[in-house]
Design a protein around this ligand. Sequence first.
Ligand code: AMP
Ligand code: MG
Length: 411
Amino acid sequence: MRDICSHNSLLSLTKALEKIQQSLPIISGEESIILPHALGRVLSQDCFAPFDLPSFPNSAMDGYAFHSDDITEAAFSLKLVGTSWAGNPYSGEVQRGECIRIFTGAVLPSSLDSVIMQEKIKIVETRIHFPNNIQAKENIRYIGEDVKKSALLLAAAKQLSATDMGLLASAGLYEIKVKRKIRIAFFSTGDELSSIGSQLNAGQIFDSNRYTLMALLTNPCYSVNDLGVMPDDKNTIRNCLISAAKSHDVIISTGGASVGEADFIQEILNEIGQVDFWKLAIKPGKPLAFGQIGNCCFFGLPGNPISVIATFQQIVTPALQQLSGLAVKKTLQLKAMCKSPLFKKAGRQEFQRGILKQIKPGEFEVISAGRQGSNILSASSRANCYIVLSREQENVAINEFVTVEPFSTWI
Ligand code: AMP
Ligand code: MG
């Protein structure tokens, strides 16, 4: 508790997210695309059902269709007069005392109202024998039971899932209107950085952040532009930002965002745009610059690889969701029993990397993924969750419960 006082000047993640949310512009513009290209895109308009779904009454089973008036309390039999195939309806009449063979999805003739599943009957020559206790009007899919004609199929701002693709296809909607992609440019800064594929000179390291960002930005709603590595040179970075801001909605940089001698991001932003620079009360990822250059949003992320990932996920992702026209979603959080000690000082909210295990459905255990330094990529690569520790939390003992955020629903 004592330590937290010295961290009072740090901005909480919640406050930072609120500030960003309030200052983001609304990106307008839509495009027409065809359904095969629509997965993951965000609808810009409501979609309505052009006809009833289903559009005709049909069988939910492979079986026999009949009329409920023919049901008797005791077992009974009906004469088999034909077949309704899926895609090839029965075209004849069906009288009382008669039935037809019917398959799943096949049209139910208008003179019939019930289907019995094939496992329940016996066939004796041309007659179908029904057992007693038959229920009327079962195994039928009714007109419009899924969606009625002209009813809302999917609302604007919905991000299209695999199921939505099926829903739109079932209504025959091939061309749809979606929000335009947001144009994102990103680059790394640092004199020590060399791009993979080239030689490393003394004191150089390979630029890894750009490859992480490339992956994190792989999203059907984003159109992404890799601007490469910039040296720690004010003019180069300034020119790059001015030019990229003209043709992008968002620029993301990594490195140079702190207050060291070679950290120019804040200074440049002050000159060419508006900047909010924060020391965030999170670990990893303390220094973060956020601002605007004209109409373009700028995120100056820290340079350390794990800080890049954490600030991207916790701060940039919600902002990009909002810019894409989506409602900002909450990350799934679970409680897990911690099976390794965790080291923490009060002061900053921490996103420690953990390995989550499902003991049985709904019961979870987690251990630390290893060294927690913001430069340690290997432990993060082993991790499958964040262990989220509040600002005031101190060391965690074995068997204490902690909050975790799984990286995916498969663990
Ligand atoms: P900075 O924020 O520029 O002071 O960088 C902090 C640390 O992150 C330093 O150790 C940098 O070498 C490292 N770093 C910065 N950018 C990258 C990058 N693109 N890839 C890998 N490490 C980086
Ligand atoms: Mg640097």
